[in-house]
Design a protein. Structure first.
Length: 438
């Protein structure tokens, strides 16, 4: 049943009222985000030592295979991501969740480099890629006035996973084999979320965006159908411009403003988390002490996510997105210059902000700049960009580590990238008119 938009749906709606009414769809987003951790770097990297030992791989070799698998998944997302423009959210969510959990079960049986690469490819495609893509695209479509808050609340699911995952895995690895964890965990997640997806995705009254079904219906009107058949790069629906992918790729804002914002967080967060065991060694901190700081990381990730969502709804993502790079710069600086007792906890706090703040701002800005009708198609470009960055960083940093480069080199690289991305975004995202060649 499709409900009409809420009357007077605007920023006067308090976050408490918003959560009270929209808790089901928000819980769906949080659960999808939580389950995506099966394909997230922070979770996979916790088993890197066991996997490298069993397959006799160095840091650089494992990072290279991880990069290969992630790159292939990024390329696949260019096509698979467009399913979000044609398949209803509840059906696509069930399909992706099933594929992810089956992949995780198969990953528990890897026995060679070939099976490792295939397993990582599928985990990255369905975990980091499609699980995130499904819920974030649906939320960006269904919400307008509260889009930032909705996305930030949903993102808390991954923050919750990051808070309990590392310590839980470290504890479990002391009493059972890593393969057993990969066998049991996906079964539990599938049974917990799968049966409730249809109920959680029902529309409620503060969903002031039309969603996929309404946008498809308007495109199928005589005028909309004619534009679609003509292959127009930008389609107007109710006075709002909805961009196709080919139009966005001719927009200067994409190349000089957005590309860095989508690349740097994935590069830095993935690379540093992937090699977190080595970073702990460089700071002379045990893994037990290192992982206890994940509570700081998760808490500040939640804080950053909620803060970013509120700021987006109040000031627009176009004004906020560029400044989500600041925590990455500060986090790397304190890990570089700070001592272990102060620098490591402060790094985790700032790195939590770096992880939490970009998501809602970057998802919202794609909807603000390019509309929502073809958002699956649009985001199927940004997803591979981010995934490719997350593929490159473990390999690049792994090679740097293998060649004896230390903390100043690793942190200096990430600081330079974050500052460059922020400058580009500040300069180009304020452009008010489409900058494309006709």
């Amino acid at each position: 049943m499709t409900l009409p938009p809420a009357p007077n749906s605007n920023l006067s709606v308090t976050t408490r009222d918003f959560i009270t009414v929209e808790w089901r769809f928000l819980l769906f987003g949080m659960a999808m985000a939580f389950c995506s951790s099966l394909g997230q770097t922070f979770f996979i990297s916790l088993y890197s030592g066991h996997i490298r030992a069993e397959l006799a791989l160095s840091h650089g070799e494992f990072g290279t295979y991880y990069a290969m698998a992630t790159t292939f998944s990024a390329i696949s997302l260019l096509w698979v991501g467009k399913l979000a423009d044609t398949v209803r959210v509840e059906k696509l969510a069930v399909l992706v969740l099933s594929a992810l959990c089956l992949t995780a079960i198969l990953f528990s049986q890897i026995f060679s480099v070939a099976t490792l690469v295939i397993g990582l490819y599928m985990l990255r495609l369905f975990g980091q890629g499609m699980m995130t893509h499904v819920y974030s695209t649906a939320m960006a479509r269904r919400y307008v006035a509260a889009r930032g808050r909705a996305l930030s609340i949903a993102q808390m699911g991954i923050s919750f996973a990051e808070s309990i995952g590392p310590l839980s895995v470290v504890a479990l690895l002391t009493i059972c084999d890593w393969r057993q964890i990969w066998l049991v965990l996906p079964i539990g997640l599938a049974l917990a979320l799968g049966p409730s997806i249809r109920y959680l995705t029902q529309r409620t009254r503060y969903q002031d965006g039309g969603g996929l079904e309404a946008l498809q219906a308007k495109c199928n009107t005589p005028d909309g159908a004619a534009k679609k058949q003509a292959g127009e790069a930008i389609v107007m629906i109710d006075g709002v411009a909805h961009w196709r992918r080919r139009a966005m790729l001719r927009d200067r804002r994409f190349w000089f403003g957005l590309l860095g914002l989508f690349t740097v967080p994935n590069f830095s967060i993935t690379g540093l988390l992937f090699h977190q065991i080595h970073l702990a060694e460089l700071k002379n901190v045990s893994m037990e002490s290192w992982t206890t700081n994940y509570f700081l990381y998760a808490g500040f990730a939640i804080l950053g996510t909620l803060l970013s969502g509120q700021l987006v709804d109040r000031f627009t993502a176009r004004r906020i997105a560029a400044h989500t790079m600041l925590p990455t710069t500060f986090a790397c600086a304190v890990l570089w210059f700070g001592d272990s007792s102060v620098g490591v906890p402060l790094f985790f706090a700032l790195f939590g902000l770096a992880s939490g703040m970009p998501f809602s701002a970057l998802t919202a800005i794609t909807a603000e700049l390019y509309g929502t009708r073809f958002l699956g198609e649009i985001k199927s470009v940004f997803l591979p960009v981010g995934v490719f960055a997350s593929a490159l960083s473990p390999m690049m940093m792994g090679v740097m580590i293998d060649h004896g480069l230390g903390l100043p080199d690793l942190m200096g690289l990430n600081i330079a990238l974050a500052v460059t991305a922020q400058i580009g975004a500040v300069l180009f995202l304020r452009l008010a008119t489409p900058q494309i060649k006709q």
